[in-house]
Design a protein around this ligand. Structure first.
Ligand SMILES: [Zn+2]
Length: 314
């Protein structure tokens, strides 16, 4: 059987990645364009399609998949709202792309496309069940169940960043209090570190902050922890503990074979994973946690675009 090709489009807040991917999840060609947040949906789509047509395998592409952050109606291919493109409201993205290209198009949340990407790129054994947790500005999740993306009744399955970790926690942008995201989302981690530093000094963090006028970001906190800074390690222990509470709940509920952690904060590796594993040991069923492999994605930058392309394999 000849290989089928799909076009993946990963619409981020600053860049849009575009790739032709084969039916084994391998990128054959890729390109990108900047995200113009002021542009109208049709104009952005036209510029994406122009770029895609420049790829030499484009004419062999069977269908198109698009991943975008936000509240997506994946059944109708509607973007109800996207934080990356705040001016968009109820955009019929699927039909815009279908009219422009004459090919079938599919649209889904970027955490879901990341989960599909993790299934193809990180989970070589193609497990029946996989949960992908995106740790970045927000905390996203996607669930592969019976080797397929599980979407739920209204396409919002996998919103694990908004599961309550502490009912008396901070107010989240979703309206709830104490969501996982309010503990392990990037800006909340920075705020937690700032709070700790009110009452103590850290030479390592101060040195890093003075280099190029840096900000107290998770990346800087990772560098500080790698240099042995106690406060930074404390921040990661705190984040890891909260992540562990979240993962223990997921392990008990889904009993997944694999959990893939991706996104910028997952690069902290052992600093966040070790405390998370300790927490899982305390909270999850031993039989479930024993069979669950927790890995950090090796393909964080590619998960979205490959997952978007493989979304189109339907
Ligand atoms: Zn929330």
């Amino acid at each position: 059987m000849p290989k089928r090709f799909y076009l993946g489009i990963d619409m981020g807040g600053t860049h849009i990645k575009i790739a032709v991917v084969n039916s084994e999840g391998k990128i054959l060609e890729e390109t990108m364009t900047d995200t113009d947040v002021e542009a109208k949906p049709l104009d952005i789509a036209v510029s994406i399609v122009e770029k895609a047509r420049g790829l030499k395998h484009y004419s062999s592409v069977k269908s198109i998949g698009i991943g975008i952050a936000g509240d997506i109606d994946c059944f109708r291919g509607f973007v109800r709202f996207s934080p990356n493109l705040p001016k968009w409201k109820n955009v019929a993205l699927k039909s815009i792309f279908e009219k422009l290209t004459g090919k079938n198009a599919f649209v889904d949340n970027d955490a879901n496309t990341a989960a599909i990407g993790a299934f193809w790129l990180d989970a070589k054994a193609k497990p029946d069940s996989l949960v992908c947790v995106t740790l970045g500005t927000g905390v996203g999740g996607g669930l592969i169940f019976n080797k397929k993306l599980y979407r739920g009744a209204s396409c919002t399955a996998g919103e694990i960043g908004h599961m309550t970790i502490d009912p008396s926690g901070l107010r989240c942008k979703c309206g709830n209090k104490g969501c996982a995201e309010t503990f392990i989302g990037a800006k909340y981690l920075s705020a937690y570190a700032k709070e700790l530093l009110k009452n103590r000094k850290s030479e390592i963090i101060n040195d890093l902050l003075s280099q190029n006028n840096s900000k107290l970001t998770p990346k800087l906190l990772y560098e500080a922890a790698a240099k042995g800074d106690k406060t930074a390690v404390e921040v990661w222990n705190y984040a890891g503990q909260k992540l562990g509470i979240l993962l223990a709940g997921i392990i008990n509920f889904v009993n997944p074979e694999v959990i893939v952690l991706c996104g910028g904060i997952s690069r902290t590796g052992k600093f966040i994973i070790e405390p998370a594993k300790k927490e899982i040991e305390k909270r999850a069923f031993a039989s479930a946690s024993k069979v669950c492999k927790i890995i950090v994605s090796n393909y964080t930058q590619k998960l979205g675009v490959v997952g978007a392309a493989m979304l189109a394999d339907q």
